[in-house]
Write a protein that binds this ligand. Structure first.
Ligand SMILES: N[C@@H](CCC(=O)N[C@@H](CS)C(=O)NCC(=O)O)C(=O)O
Length: 228
């Protein structure tokens, strides 16, 4: 049995985009897993894996940390339905991973930081105020978010253009069927979905229809998760 250490917010919301990558990957493989909720200030729960971030999985006695390493590990150990097909497929997924982390996630963060802070567990609020406050240069997350939304929503939508162009031509980022590149970006959309009422996409956007497909995937696994 596999255990997944998953970031938990108030009311047991599970927003971590990186943990969602692992959840989609496990579902793709058809692997059962138990999820252990972990707050930002409960790092002792993942000390066994020598990690300060989630996701972490424990497969029997084997710890694996970092979402990319988890995808690679799952393909190595459970090769039946590959997440990263072929060398080119793996390289493409690596590119999507880097683009999502540095462009897409970075564009979303200012748009939802106020909502995120409101939904962090009370015992984690001080940690988030200090760590994210240092990153943004302010602890007034509500004002920061309001200002960011003035121009940032359009900038965020523009940042999705590479995905939009692909999704005009094909059903999934990975082609006719979803695979790890789709799970990377879908994981990112679970982050705002679970903690913010802000709608990031317009209904006629091909990315919107793709996101609907990803929410329905695996018997609606992502759609069933608690939303904002
Ligand atoms: N590169 C890592 C990033 C993981 C990451 O940053 N996870 C966040 C949750 S979304 C975390 O654990 N943060 C802990 C903290 O901020 O203290 C991965 O892909 O797994």
């Amino acid at each position: 049995m596999i255990t997944l250490y998953d970031l938990a917010f108030e009311d047991d919301r599970r927003p971590s985009p990186f943990c969602w990558r692992a959840k989609f990957a496990l579902a793709h493989k058809g692997l059962d897993f138990t999820s252990v909720p972990m707050g930002f200030t409960e790092k002792e729960k993942i000390a066994f894996a020598d990690s300060k971030t989630v996701p972490v999985i424990k497969d029997g006695e084997k710890p694996v940390k970092d979402s990319w390493a988890i995808a690679v590990y799952l393909d190595d150990m459970y090769p039946e339905r590959l997440l990263l097909k072929s060398e080119m497929g793996r390289s493409y997924a690596r590119f999507i991973n880097g683009w999502t982390d540095t462009v897409v996630n970075a564009a979303i963060f200012p748009l939802i930081i106020g909502d995120l802070y409101d939904r962090v567990r009370p015992e984690d609020k001080e940690y988030i105020a200090e760590s994210r406050g240092a990153r943004l240069g302010t602890k007034d997350f509500a004002s920061f978010q309001t200002q960011a939304r003035e121009k940032g929503l359009a900038a965020f939508r523009a940042s999705l253009e590479p995905a939009r162009r692909a999704l005009r031509e094909q059903k999934f980022l990975s082609g006719a069927e979803a695979a790890y590149p789709d799970y990377i970006l879908a994981g990112t959309f679970m982050w705002p979905r679970t903690i913010s009422p802000l709608e990031l996409l317009e209904k006629d956007d091909p990315v919107y229809s793709w996101r609907e497909r990803m929410l329905d995937h695996f018997d609606g696994m992502a759609r069933k998760a608690k939303a904002a």
